[in-house]
Design a protein around this ligand. Structure first.
Ligand SMILES: NC(=O)c1ccc[n+]([C@@H]2O[C@H](COP(=O)([O-])OP(=O)(O)OC[C@H]3O[C@@H](n4cnc5c(N)ncnc54)[C@H](OP(=O)(O)O)[C@@H]3O)[C@@H](O)[C@H]2O)c1
Length: 347
């Protein structure tokens, strides 16, 4: 489908954030055929200059009239801003690809991972398309391929999510705590004895100190003890896969990595899983790179969902285990949105 002109005018909203900055890099790297790119952020950032390719763009404030003449809006802002401004942009005639959680579960908004359900773009009626959560994307790219071959029935995921998943504030919180401990010669002993807690500045974004720690609560606590990230992973996976009854259970954990979300996945299928066939299927899957050791550091700055440690469930011939790692700012957000936009260009 071609909902966009051949040389669209593009607005990147949230251009000063961690996703927005990567969005600009990816538009440049992929030579997206924009006739113009407008960088937009809050009024706090108006007038700042940010890099795009070899040039700089002056940031405009998000305000009435900013979408005039714009064909494509790539929205990389907090949920409440996206909830308010996506309909404004759509009413002004733009197609909106939103990276926030504001519209993902809206029944009239397609939620798209192009490797899995590009066909959902044909259902576009509101002008708003949602891009999935970063952890969901890294997992559904390999799972989608396995589902097409074996028929997915149940998934159990444990995530290892980097601090940039919480935006630039997440990186700042880790940096502040690491700097504090790194400047203290007794830090290792303090960590070993449990007194490091007293040395650290209080965190705002994470539920416990994140430096040299593992925090088994990513997102806010919701129903029945699950967190918002765990609920998103379940509901979004069902919507993208078109499997409303899919059994999904997740435990989402924040770890002190900077970029790249890891996930340990156990999946059960309708058909028995031959390990050689599963590996072939993953090897041929678009967006997947099979590798021996898929770490967040390997994924950072790169496009694929890296998949490895693929092995059978020794007690269940229908189940498979693997680990995947994916750059949460690229495939987990900006790249996926640009891929969606590319699908909307005339061929
Ligand atoms: N980080 C990830 O891995 C990831 C992955 C998938 C989806 N997402 C989603 O993508 C969105 C952006 O996340 P992020 O990580 O890039 O966050 P971020 O680093 O905190 O950046 C937020 C951006 O939103 C802008 N913004 C904030 N309030 C605004 C307002 N009132 N009006 C206009 N712009 C405003 C900020 O502009 P100022 O600089 O002017 O404040 C900044 O450009 C969020 O919805 C997030 O959930 C993030």
């Amino acid at each position: 489908m071609s909902a966009l002109p051949a040389r669209p005018r593009v607005a990147v909203v949230g251009a000063t954030g961690v996703v927005g900055r990567v969005m600009l890099d990816i538009l440049h790297e992929r030579s997206f055929p924009a006739s113009e790119i407008v960088a937009v952020a809050s009024a706090r950032s108006a007038g700042r200059r940010i890099a795009f390719g070899g040039q700089t763009l002056e940031v405009r404030a998000l305000e009435e009239g900013v979408f005039e003449g714009i064909d494509l809006v790539l929205l990389d802002t907090p949920d409440d801003i996206a909830r308010t401004w996506a309909p404004v942009a759509a009413a002004a005639g733009a197609i909106v690809v939103d990276n926030s959680a504001a519209w993902r579960m809206d029944r009239d908004v397609p939620l798209v991972c192009p490797e899995v359900n590009a066909s959902a773009l044909a259902t576009l009626t509101t002008g708003i398309i949602a891009s999935p959560n970063c952890t969901t994307l890294g997992v559904v790219v390999p799972l989608g391929a396995l589902h097409r071959r074996f028929g997915l029935r149940k998934v159990v995921v444990s995530s290892y999510q980097s601090v940039s998943g919480a935006g630039r504030g997440g990186i700042d919180e880790l940096r502040e705590q690491v700097d504090k401990l790194a400047g203290d010669p007794g830090a290792i002993e303090a960590l070993a004895s449990g007194t490091a807690r007293d040395l650290l500045p209080p965190g705002e974004l994470f539920a416990a100190p994140i430096a040299f720690n593992v925090v088994p609560q990513a997102g806010s606590v919701r129903e029945q003890g699950y967190t918002s990230e765990e609920v998103k992973l379940a509901t979004e996976t069902r919507k993208i896969m078109g499997l409303p009854d899919l059994e999904v259970t997740a435990t989402c954990v924040r770890v002190p990595t900077v970029v790249g979300h890891g996930a340990a996945v156990w999946a059960r299928f309708a058909a028995a899983v031959d390990i050689g066939e599963a590996l072939r299927c993953l090897d041929e899957a678009p967006g997947v790179a099979l590798t021996e050791l898929p770490t967040p550091q390997l994924s950072a700055g790169r496009d694929p969902s890296y998949v490895g440690r693929v092995r059978p469930d020794l007690g269940d011939p229908h189940a498979l285990c693997f680990f995947c790692a994916c750059d949460n700012l690229r495939k987990g957000a900006a790249l996926n949105a640009v891929q969606i936009a590319e699908h909307l260009l005339p061929t």
